[in-house]
Design a protein around this ligand. Structure first.
Ligand code: 13P
Ligand code: SF4
Length: 320
């Protein structure tokens, strides 16, 4: 079957927009209507005119779209496409942590469950984290979770102290600093760029650190370099190479040379065939119970408002 043609047909018949993350495989990025980082996908979820959305990324991204757009049907190719950061921050433990610091504001990475979002004050992504932190009054204490590496990078960048939840991305922590140092010595004309989910041992070698969209723009626009050592998930190479066909892209080395460790196993659960089936059957659909959605909406909506330049108010105490 020509899945690509069938998908295009079903998409228009059923009024569906396909949104894909840069870590989805190249063939999926090529058939999507919009491809982007996690913030862009949340924003496009609000802007597309189609009544229905299929999100080829991971489930927390689709849940965020649903929380912001309850009137839309949000489909995913595979409901098992989770995330190690979500798994590492269970609701009851996150709640107990919050309760230990009732006067602090809780900034939570979008890579979290709807339940965890519902007990957070604001959501951030790696592309807007600094802007959102700036909007929080300096005298407020801040809890940051669930990615400790993103939090520590942010804290260094802004000079703000925070209390961190000890979570990590299982993909980004697998880069190896000794082997990276060796590679840099072998490739002195390459620029190292990294996602802030990498740990500090890797980030200290990176000249540019940022969300997937920022790394992509760097490769596209920095014509001083023709070689880039890239410390993030492999899916991004597809679009990077398209935008800079002349550039040599080198994957930063991982712990085990022979493993496919920098393929996110959750992102790679998305396949063209599953997208076809999801469009055909209109399943699986992401659902968030309304009471939970309304609570999670508050923190996500604060993120959208701050990022759009609006001011917001902050609660004095955690009431949960
Ligand atoms: P971005 O916000 O950069 O898209 O990152 C999402 C993610 O899951 C990185 O591992
Ligand atoms: Fe989660 Fe890491 Fe996969 Fe991103 S790359 S979805 S943070 S497991």
């Amino acid at each position: 079957m020509d899945y690509r043609a069938e998908i295009q047909k079903l998409k228009s018949e059923k009024d569906v927009a396909i949104l894909a993350h840069y870590y989805a495989e190249g063939a999926i990025q090529d058939l999507a209507d919009y491809v982007g980082d996690s913030f862009y996908l949340a924003k496009m979820g609000q802007q597309v005119s189609q009544k229905n959305i299929l999100l080829a990324g991971v489930v927390f991204m689709a849940e965020s779209v649903k929380i912001l757009n309850p009137e839309k049907t949000v489909l995913v190719p595979d409901l098992m496409a989770g995330c190690s950061l979500v798994d590492g921050a269970p609701y009851d433990k996150y709640l107990a942590w919050r309760r230990q610091h009732p006067d602090a504001l809780c900034m939570t990475y979008i890579n979290s469950s709807a339940e965890v979002k519902s007990i957070s004050d604001v959501i951030i992504t790696s592309s807007n984290a600094a802007q959102i932190l700036e909007s929080i009054p300096r005298e407020r204490h801040i809890l940051f979770g669930p990615d400790q590496h993103l939090g520590q990078w942010l804290s260094k960048k802004t000079g703000r102290e925070m209390i961190f939840w000890p979570g990590a991305c299982q993909v980004h922590i697998l880069f190896n600093a000794d082997r990276l140092r060796q590679l840099i010595a072998e490739q002195p004309d390459a620029l190292v760029i990294a996602h802030p989910e990498c740990d500090d041992e890797i980030l200290k070698y990176a000249s540019v650190i940022g969300a997937t969209s920022k790394l992509l723009t760097e490769v596209e626009t920095n014509k001083n370099y023709k070689k880039f050592i890239v410390a993030t998930e492999t899916g991004i190479f597809h679009e990077m190479q398209k935008r800079r066909p002349d550039a040599e892209l080198i994957q930063a080395p991982v712990v085990d040379q022979n493993c496919l460790c920098n393929d996110c196993p959750f992102m790679k659960m998305n396949t063209v065939e599953k997208i076809y089936h999801a469009l055909k059957t209109f399943k699986p659909e992401v659902s968030v119970p309304e009471e939970l959605r309304l609570k999670a909406f508050i923190a996500l909506d604060r993120m959208m408002k701050i990022t759009a330049g609006h001011s917001v108010t902050w609660p004095d105490l955690f009431q949960g």
